[in-house]
Design a binder for this molecule. Structure first.
Ligand code: GRF
Length: 195
C-alpha cells in the first residue's frame, strides 16, 4: 500500500473547515492525512482544535520577520520536514507570496465563500448581501499570486433567501463548504498519480 497523501492546513480563524476535513478522513471518505497546521494567529480557535487531535502546529508571528519571503522560507522548511504533498488553505487570511508559490503552485488550494470571480477578497458574504444577489456559493480554486484569482476547481451555489442575515448566509455557505472541500480534495488526490 502506498503512503497516504500528506496535507498541511493553513488557517487563521475558527477552523471549521479544518475540522470537516479531519472528520472526513476519520470517516474514511478522504484518503489522506493532515500532518501540520500552519497558523498566524495565536488565539485562533483552529489551534485548540488541532491540539485536541495532537496535530503539530507551526504558529508564527509575521511581525517577527523582515518580510513575507523570510517567514515563508521557514514555512517551506516545515512543510519539507513533514513531507507535505498538498497545502489546503482554509481561512488563511494572507496572500501567498512567491516563496511558497515557487515550491507548491499546483498543489495549493483555497476555499472562498462566493462564486468567484464574483466577490473576491474580504467579507465575500457581506459583499453578496450588499449586491442583492439571489445566488452566491462556494468556490475551491488553485492559488496563484492574485487575490482569489487562481484557476477554479469546483463551485457550488447557495440560494440567498429574502431577508437573510449575514450569519444565516454564512451558516448556509459553511454547510456547503464542509461537504465540498473534503470531496474536492479527495478528487484531486485520486486524479494525481504523481505520488
Ligand atoms: C471560510 O468561509 C472560507 O470560505 C474562508 O474563510 C472561512 C474559514 O472558516 N476562506 P473556518 O475557519 O474554516 O471556519
Amino acid at each position: 500500500m502506498s503512503a497516504k497523501v500528506k496535507l498541511a492546513v493553513f488557517a487563521s480563524g475558527s477552523g471549521s473547515n479544518y475540522q470537516a476535513i479531519d472528520q472526513s478522513i476519520r470517516a474514511g471518505e478522504l484518503d489522506a492525512e493532515i500532518v501540520l497546521l500552519v497558523c498566524d494567529q495565536p488565539n485562533a480557535k483552529v489551534i485548540s482544535r488541532a491540539r485536541q487531535n495532537n496535530l503539530p502546529v507551526f504558529l508564527f508571528n509575521p511581525n517577527d520577520y523582515q518580510d513575507k519571503a523570510e517567514f515563508e522560507e521557514e514555512i517551506v522548511s516545515e512543510l519539507k520536514a513533514y513531507q507535505v504533498d498538498w497545502i489546503i488553505l482554509a481561512g488563511y487570511m494572507r496572500l501567498v507570496g512567491a516563496t511558497l508559490l515557487s515550491q507548491y503552485q499546483g498543489r495549493m488550494i483555497n476555499i472562498h465563500p462566493s462564486l468567484l470571480p464574483a466577490f473576491p477578497g474580504l467579507d465575500a458574504i457581506g459583499q453578496a448581501l450588499e449586491a442583492g444577489v439571489k445566488v452566491s456559493g462556494v468556490t475551491i480554486h488553485y492559488i496563484d499570486s492574485g487575490m482569489d484569482t487562481g484557476e477554479i476547481i469546483a463551485q457550488k451555489a447557495v440560494t440567498v433567501e429574502n431577508e437573510m442575515t449575514h450569519d444565516e448566509l454564512q451558516t448556509a455557505i459553511q454547510h456547503v463548504e464542509h461537504e465540498l472541500y473534503p470531496r474536492t480534495i479527495q478528487q484531486l488526490i485520486s486524479e494525481g498519480d504523481s505520488f
